[in-house]
Structures are given as C-alpha cells and as structure tokens.
Design a protein around this ligand. Structure first.
Ligand SMILES: Nc1ncnc2c1ncn2[C@@H]1O[C@H](COP(=O)(O)OP(=O)(O)O)[C@@H](O)[C@H]1O
Ligand SMILES: O=P(O)(O)OC[C@H](O)CO
Length: 496
C-alpha cells in the first residue's frame, strides 16, 4: 500500500489525541481521551506516565483503524507534546521512578528563588533564553533525584534517563532503543544552550543534573527511530517531534520572520518568528527555537498568558453566568460595549510580560447597569488586551510588529473575540480551517522528514483559511478602551 498518510500524536496537558492526516494535510481521523490530573499537594501537579503511554497507544491504534488506511499506509509518526513536563526512568527496565511532574507544578519555587538570590538568572537567561521559574524541567529533575531514594547515586552511575513526554514516548515506541528529543523540547529544560545548540555543561552543573541522563537532540524533521515490532501492524518511522506551541507555529505555516500565531485554549501562547536571530527580551518574553530543519535554527519570541479560556470556564463553572463557552459570542454582541467593566483575569497570578505570581483576579468598573453580558464581554476583551500587551512587548524587543496574527485553539472559534483582536491589534486576524494546528505541525515535520512534502513552500500552500477578521474600530475608541485596561491592570499588579 502507498504510504501517503501521517499519524500525529498530540500529548497535551489534559488530553491525549491521535490524528491521521492525508497527503494534503487534511485530518481524516481523530481519537481522543482525557486523563487524570493528580494534585498531591497545593501547587503540585502530576501525571501518570504509564497511563499516558496506554492512552497514546490506544488512541494511535484507534485513529489508524478509523482512517481506513491501516498501519501500512502510514508513512511516518509525528509527536507533539505538553512541554517541560518531566519524567525520569530506569534505563534497564524503562520504568519511571516517579510520576511525571507537570509544567504547572510549583514545588520547586524555593529552589528557583535561591537561584535568583544567588544572581544566576542573567547567566541562565543568556544561555537558555528562559527566566528562572519552576515552569521549566531542570529543577523538577533535581527534585526527583533528591526525593526518590537512591536516585541521585543511580543517575551518577548512568542508570537513569530523563526526558520530556516526547522523549519518554519515543523510548517506549522504540522499546528502549532510542533516547532522544528535538531542539524545541530540549530548549525548555533550562539545560540547553540555544545559541550553541548543545547541552550546557555549566547549566547541568549549576542545576545538579548529570549529563548521562540527557537525551540526544535532533532537528524537528528527523527520523528518530522506528516503532518496535508488534506495536502496530507495520513498523512506522517516528520522523517528527516538536513541543506543542512550536508545533502550532509550524502548523500555522508561520515560516517568515515577523509571522506570529496565538493559541487560545486554557491559557494563551503567542509565538513570533524572529528568523535566524535569537532576540534576548528586555520585557520578560522567552527566547526559544521555533524549529530546526537541516541543522538551521529558526527562533521565536514567546509570551505566555496563563488564563484565557479558563476565564470563560470560570464564568460557566465558577459563577454560572453561562451554560456553554460559545454563548459568550452572542452575549458580547448583544451589548454595544462592556459598560466600563474590565476583568483582569489574574486567577493564578499574571504571566508575560508581568510575571506577577501574587496578583489576583479583579473586576473593575461595576455599576448598577452592569449585566451578565457585560461581564462576558469583559472576559473576552481581557484576552484581547493581554494579547496586545504581548505584541507591544515583542515590538519593543525588536521582534517587529506582525502584519497578521494567525489564531487557533478552542477559543479561536469565537468570532467576536477574533474581531476584537483584529480591532485592538490593528492587524488582520486569520483563522485556519482546521484548529488542530498543533497536531498538523507535528505531521508537517514528520512528512518533511520522509519526503511526503518537499519543503516549506509546499506546506505554506497547504495551509488554508477559514476566516479573516479585518480591523474596524475608530482610533479614539480603541485608545479609550486600552487606557481603561491599563488602569485596571495597574491597580491589579501587586507592586501597586
Ligand atoms: N466559542 C468559545 N468562546 C469562548 N471560549 C471558548 C469557546 N470555545 C471554547 N472556549 C474555551 O476554550 C477552552 C478550550 O480550548 P482548548 O483548545 O480545547 O483548550 P486546552 O487544549 O487548553 O484544553 C476552554 O477553556 C473554553 O472555556
Ligand atoms: O498542553 P497544552 O496545550 O496546555 O500546552 C502546554 C504548554 O506546552 C506548556 O508550556
């Protein structure tokens, strides 16, 4: 059978999906399952690695079956994953020593404070492009080595392996034959030198991670290995790996310097392609490889907002203002403005560009005329204002102002939000016909590696648009709205 399809595995924070794409990158089959979040203590978040592996295998088999092309028709597998989440396993048995410690987990906050107090932040930033924060993998690895009996000694003897989820899945898919990752996942560990393209010995020493634990690092489009016999009805090359936000940038065909995508799910992650230049941000953005193909790295600036769709979920589950997230679209349309109501959704602090972990959510401007519709509109507007703040920070960093913003994620289905984004950013907002851009990005990498697609030009031609929202708001209104947001934000930030 002709091998013309790609299986993408998208292992996310709350669900595991497997999707089959055809040679035009059209999604022809999807299988998905949600899984358990484990909260052993306040601020701790874990996942069961064995459960993740079972879900990957079962959804992959189901998606292949649904596609009707059979394992024989699959040219390659692409993996994309929640980033930073950390697993340490035994090289001899493949068994994890501890649950996966998830990117949201804050248990290493004190370690990070100590690193900052020791003045390590600027060096870490210069080498890795990251801020010092429990978000990234290195302090999580250290925690496992220091809290699982005998782990540090075993790591020093070379008996243990570390990996982000992609790397663990690759190990399992190849039955322990391959211990590797890609450059985007490596770059989220705080151990990877983004300029020299190597594990950084000084970072490993500073953070107490033996280099024998670390995976080999390859391009995103690369034949990492082949699935072990018996897992599927055919042995399939694993030919693409990328962290989920970088995969979404790639899936959105943001290949040119200055192109940008924003993914609106629970939170929002905005990545701006900065070409061959790794821009160090003065405004607390992250510098990150977007992709590496043929040994050549393309970089991005990244801004992360912790709460986007989660505020809509709060309107539904927390205070019962709506029954379905999609209702917010009509509610926002019903009123001419938010009636002076501003929501600052700092439910878990504020991420980029403020990084204020102690800020808390607030609603300003309430009068007796305020209604549920105004509240819904204010929640959507807050996503727009925060996106604008990220773009302005990136512009000040020298990343350039994106001519167009491409959006995806569940919340991008909201037309009103897309229009408001266009109005605030004064730039067209484009939505692709398939919002599963993360999986598509992983499929793109895998397809490139096995020659299903010839190069970026062909991928760009494959990308197709569902809608384009053009800016249409008078300047004075825009300025007035933004001034109101900045006032509300200023009152919320803890330093005020
Ligand atoms: N039409 C909509 N309008 C506003 N918010 C929405 C809409 N549809 C979904 N959402 C929000 O988007 C989020 C789901 O998006 P998704 O990309 O599936 O998130 P994740 O992958 O982070 O779980 C939820 O928080 C939900 O409240
Ligand atoms: O799994 P998601 O879509 O919530 O993405 C998580 C990010 O990769 C965390 O950095």
């Amino acid at each position: 059978m002709a091998k013309t399809h790609i299986l993408a595995i998208d292992q996310g924070t709350t669900s595991t999906r497997s999707l089959v794409f055809d040679a035009r990158a059209r999604r022809i089959a999807t299988a998905q399952t949600e899984f358990e979040q484990i909260y052993p203590a306040p601020g701790w978040v874990e996942h069961d690695p064995e459960g993740i592996w079972r879900d990957v295998l079962s959804t992959a088999r189901e998606a292949i079956a649904k596609s009707g092309v059979g394992a024989d028709g699959i040219a390659a597998i692409g993996i994309t994953n929640q980033r930073e989440t950390t697993i340490v396993w035994d090289r001899a048995t493949g068994e994890p020593l501890y649950n996966a410690i998830v990117w949201q987990d804050r248990r290493t906050a004190e370690h990070c404070q100590a690193l900052k107090a020791d003045g390590a932040e600027s060096d870490i930033r210069a080498r890795t492009g990251l801020l010092v924060d429990p978000y990234f993998s290195a302090t999580k690895i250290g925690w496992i080595l220091d809290h699982v009996d005998g782990a540090r000694a075993r790591a020093e003897r070379g008996e243990l392996a570390f990996g982000t989820i992609d790397s663990f899945l690759l190990w399992r898919l190849t039955e322990g034959r391959v211990h590797a990752t890609d450059v985007t996942n490596a770059s989220r560990t705080m151990l990877w030198n983004i300029h020299d393209n190597r594990w950084d010995a000084e970072m490993c020493a500073l953070l107490g991670v033996p280099d024998s634990m670390l995976p080999d690092v390859h391009d995103n489009a690369h034949i990492f290995g082949t699935t072990a016999p018996g897992l599927f009805d055919a042995e399939i090359p694993i030919a693409g790996i990328a962290g989920d936000q970088q995969a979404a940038l790639f899936g959105q065909a943001c290949f040119a310097r200055g192109s940008a995508k924003s993914t609106y799910g629970t939170g929002c992650f905005l990545l701006l392609n900065t070409g061959e230049e790794a821009i160090t941000s003065d405004h607390r953005m992250l510098t990150t490889p977007a992709y590496r193909i043929g040994g050549k790295t393309t970089y991005a600036l990244e801004g992360s907002i912790f709460v986007a769709g989660a505020a809509i979920k709060w309107l539904r589950d927390g205070i019962g203002v709506i029954t379905h997230a999609r209702e917010t679209n009509d509610m926002a349309t019903q009123v001419p403005d938010s009636h002076g109501v501003y929501m600052v959704p700092a439910f878990v602090g504020l991420g980029a560009p403020h990084w204020d972990p102690d800020a808390r959510g607030a609603i300003f401007g309430l009068t007796l005329g305020a209604t549920q519709a105004h509240l819904a509109r204010a929640a959507l507007e807050a996503v727009g204002y925060q996106t604008l703040d990220l773009i302005e920070a990136m512009v000040m960093d020298g990343g350039g102002r994106p001519a167009i913003l491409r959006v995806d994620g569940g919340m991008a289905a909201n037309d009103w939000l897309c229009q408001f984004l266009a109005d605030l950013l004064q730039a067209p907002v484009e939505r692709p016909d398939d919002l599963e851009t993360t999986a598509r990005g992983a499929a793109f990498h895998a397809g490139l590696a096995v020659g299903l697609w010839s190069g970026l030009d062909e991928l760009e031609a494959i990308w197709s648009r569902d809608a384009c929202f053009e800016p249409d708001m008078p300047d004075d209104k825009r300025s007035r709205l933004i001034a109101g947001w900045q006032d509300a934000l200023g009152r919320t930030l803890r330093k005020n």
